[in-house]
Design a protein around this ligand. Structure first.
Ligand code: HAM
Length: 417
């Protein structure tokens, strides 16, 4: 046996129903909020992520599945969807063709991370993005969609955290204040933090090393350094969230691990998840579209990790649907008629199964039980000679001979109640 790769996983029957449920709920919500689906390739040019995700991020520096293809091009398995969504928006001038540039995608992402519960090398995201809308109401609407997804899935103990990381105008002031406040403590921080201080000081807030925490807790907060327009924007986002009665908390440490964020950032944390507790995360990225060669348009969105949503689902969600009807054949004549009936049931839109190997009636009935059939149709023997089929309601145990012409409608009545 050649086993699957570390950090990848098969989604097996029994589990896949939960995935289908999450995907169904996600699609329905996206469409209710005016988003249209888009499907972009899993492979992209490496430079899209170096420029888009950012060359100071862990994703680009440590986690990309990147290789040179047979034509000599540098290719990457996408580690996130946002740069691809921006590329598609620019490449196809979606601004012109769409009434509102609101798009969503579902699909696999790839990051070479150390696998643990809730963290995989191939994982799946629901990603939504909006382009060209600047009003804080759109930030609130995006956050509302994220929060509504959690509510619609019935995930308990979720917490929404928000922050503002400012813009190109005010962030340098905050970064300078951060480095000044660190001062003599900088050499006491971990190696990663020392590097972050050089490349992207905000990322120091992402540090999980316990010994660093007392120092990090004393550092200044980005919201205290926002320029006037950023402060007004952030206040606007909060006003809208309050009006919609969406509960949130400001987290000063929510700087997010990607380079492109401006102003609003947010995450929804799931407290049943352990260390990898972010079920979704996102924010505004007002410079990215231009940086990737497009017009000067703002952007905002989020991505939810489907594995993490599935883990957090309440017990009993989306159990496998039991098989509805089972056809049991007695003897060779019965088998010929049973096969005909099986096809008829399916053509009529009913879920029906049958045992194809020649087995005794008891073995066939056992199979019907295992499949949790609602109705069992026994074809053969005297009844067949009378032009009837025995129909048994598996919940009540009632059993009667039904004229052949009525079998489909009687079966439907049993399995649809
Ligand atoms: P992200 O925070 O890197 O943001 O990922 C979003 C979500 O994907 C996480 O909250 C988590 O649920 C899931 N996720 C990330 N890495 C893994 C992993 N290795 N295994 C399992 N799940 C994982 C982004 O990807 C941004 N593109 C979000 C965004 C969209 N910002 C604006 N628009």
């Amino acid at each position: 046996m050649i086993p699957s790769l570390r950090g990848t996983h098969d989604i097996l029957p029994g589990e896949v129903e939960k995935w289908q449920h999450v995907e169904r709920v996600a699609r329905a919500l996206c469409e209710r909020y005016g988003y249209v689906e888009i499907r972009t390739p899993v492979i992209e040019r490496e430079e899209l992520f170096i420029k888009g995700t950012g060359d100071t991020t862990d994703i680009v520096n440590k986690e990309m599945y990147a290789f040179t293809d047979k034509g000599g091009d540098r290719i990457t398995l996408r580690p996130e969807a946002t740069p691809s969504m921006v590329r598609a928006f620019v490449e196809h001038s979606l601004e012109q063709s769409m009434a509102a540039a609101k798009i969503y995608a579902l699909g696999p992402m790839f990051r070479y991370e150390r696998p643990q519960k809730g963290r995989y090398r191939q994982f799946h995201q629901l990603d939504i993005e909006v382009f060209g809308m600047n009003d804080p109401a759109i930030d609130a609407e995006v956050i509302d969609l994220a929060w509504s997804l959690i509510l619609a899935l019935g995930i308990p103990q979720a917490e929404l955290v928000i922050n503002s990381v400012g813009c190109a105008e005010c962030r340098p002031r905050f970064q300078a204040a951060l480095l000044a406040a660190l001062g003599d403590d900088l050499p006491k921080l971990c190696q990663d933090c020392q590097r972050r201080a050089q490349t992207n000081p905000l990322r120091i807030y992402d540090c999980k090393v316990p010994a660093d925490q007392p120092i990090i807790d004393r550092l200044p907060h980005s919201v205290d350094y926002l320029c006037e327009p950023c402060a007004t924007h952030f206040a606007g986002v909060q006003t809208h969230l309050t009006a919609w009665e969406i509960p949130w908390r400001i987290s000063h440490r929510l700087v997010r691990g990607l380079d492109y964020y401006t102003r609003t950032t947010f995450e929804v944390l799931g407290h049943a998840l352990g260390a990898q507790n972010a079920m979704l995360g996102g924010g505004r990225y007002d410079g990215l579209v231009k940086q990737l060669g497009g017009p000067d348009r703002s952007g905002i969105g989020f991505a939810a990790g489907l594995e993490r949503l599935v883990i957090a689902l309440p017990e009993g969600t989306a159990i496998a649907a039991p098989s509805r009807a089972f056809v049991v054949a007695i003897g060779e004549d019965g088998r010929t008629e049973a096969l005909k009936l099986l096809r008829e049931l399916r053509t009529a839109g009913l879920a029906a199964q049958m045992e194809f190997e020649a087995r005794g009636v008891r073995a066939q009935m056992k199979r019907a039980d295992r499949l949790q059939a609602r109705a069992t149709l026994i074809v053969g023997g005297d009844e067949l000679a009378r032009g009837e089929v025995t129909v048994r309601d598996m919940r009540t145990g009632d059993q009667r001979g039904v004229p052949r012409a009525d079998v489909v409608s009687v079966t439907r009545a049993i399995i649809e109640t």
